[in-house]
Design a binder for this molecule. Structure first.
Ligand code: PLP
Ligand code: COI
Length: 362
């Protein structure tokens, strides 16, 4: 598919762009362009464009407004020390979008078209990739149903795929400090047979009430427990979780297994490969809230961290629930969490070798 290119006639002046890049915050500023591609049943993907960033005219009866057929992805473009711009495992994001698409009865997009769209946008707006250490250009591919119809017996037959890009600083404004997390008794994120493993907007809409409850209780993020027994730890906020069993001379990691209700994180998958290379065996298994608390009390669990594209690795320092509260570590980020973070960031920014070929040059 060839892209029709129409460049912005009024791109952001360089001085204004530099001011944004000096302090981009997170997800508040957008580059000068976007990519859009349309889909119609029977016709496939068509009308691929690179256009100036701007509003998308939508019919009020567009299916996405009513029945939420929507998917999104998230990954970053990094500027390496020698000026090379790269993304990280973009084909993994493409594959995950297509797994999400199957669950949401939406069309799959050819992986190469997904990656071509990212490359075109990042290549065009390359000046928006920050030079500051640790900053990046967050890429947000998404897809939604545009069919004008209120019938609810079948999925839409027309869709739009869009990519936008947002310069990003550190996800947590206050730097890497261990976060506090809230064990909600009232809300769950995903139930068996539901859409938990799909990256669809509705999962996030449904999470805001739980997140707000966490904040009301003085915590940064909410811990999602399984919907059936309300006992097994699944995720925290929008991150996958790792538990470090650090006591003794052979530290090891545990991460909740992908049961269908967890989002299969690409950072999680990268940890599963990198940790053993650093001499840290990892098990995918189950851990209950009681086991978590007891492990911290006995000193067996020495560190816990959440991981995801946006925050990379975020240590968990405090756990609170309606009937209990405990802490992990001494209030400082744990050594193993930080070593894994350094390793991953090192690969992304080109300071370390890339043994798995994850880095994708633009
Ligand atoms: N879990 C949830 C619910 C998420 O939304 C995300 C990120 O989007 C993740 C985990 C981490 O996924 P990734 O490492 O691919 O960013
Ligand atoms: C992540 O990239 O880790 C996320 O959690 C994405 C989030 C902003 C939806």
């Amino acid at each position: 598919l060839d892209f029709e290119i129409s460049r912005s006639e009024r791109p952001t002046p360089a001085a204004e762009r530099e001011a944004v890049l000096a302090d981009p915050g997170w997800g508040q500023h957008f580059t000068d362009h976007m990519v859009t591609i349309r889909y119609a049943a029977g016709k496939g993907w068509y009308d691929a464009r690179l256009e100036p960033y701007g509003p998308i005219p939508m019919d009020p009866a567009s299916q996405v407004f009513h029945y939420s057929q929507e998917l999104f992805e998230g990954l970053k473009a990094y500027r390496q020390a020698d000026g090379t711009i790269v993304t990280f495992r973009p084909y993994a994001n493409a594959a995950r979008m297509n797994r999400s698409a199957r669950r949401m009865a939406m069309p799959e997009i050819p992986e190469q078209l997904f990656v071509d769209a990212l490359e075109l946008l990042v290549g065009t707006d390359r000046e928006w990739v920050p030079t500051t250490d640790g900053y990046s250009l967050y890429l947000r591919p998404f897809m939604f149903a545009t069919t004008r119809a209120l019938g609810v017996n079948q999925p839409a037959d027309e869709y739009m795929f869009v990519v936008i890009a947002s310069p990003s600083g550190n996800y947590y404004a206050r730097g890497i400090r261990p976060v506090s997390v809230w064990l909600s008794r009232d809300y769950t994120r995903a139930a068996p047979g539901g859409t938990g493993e799909a990256k669809t907007g509705g999962n996030y809409a449904a999470s805001f009430a739980g997140q707000a409850q966490a904040v009301r209780n003085g915590c940064d993020q909410v811990v999602w427990l399984d919907a059936v027994e309300h006992r097994w730890v699944e995720e925290v906020g929008s991150m996958n979780l790792f538990f470090v069993y650090g006591a003794g001379d052979r530290p090891r990691l545990l991460t909740p297994a992908l049961t269908g209700t967890l989002l299969p994180g690409i950072t999680r998958d990268s940890m599963l490969k990198l940790a053993p290379d650093l001499g840290l065996p990892v098990e995918e298994g189950k851990i209950s809230v009681d086991e978590w608390q007891a492990g911290c009390a006995s000193g067996e669990i020495t560190e816990v961290f959440g991981c995801g594209t946006a925050a990379v690795i975020s240590p968990v320092g405090q756990v609170k629930g309606p009937d209990r509260e405990w802490s992990i570590g001494d209030g400082e980020p744990g050594e193993i969490s930080m070593r894994l973070r350094e390793e991953l960031i090192g690969i992304q920014y080109g300071a370390r070798p890339d043994p798995y070929g994850w880095v994708h040059k633009i």
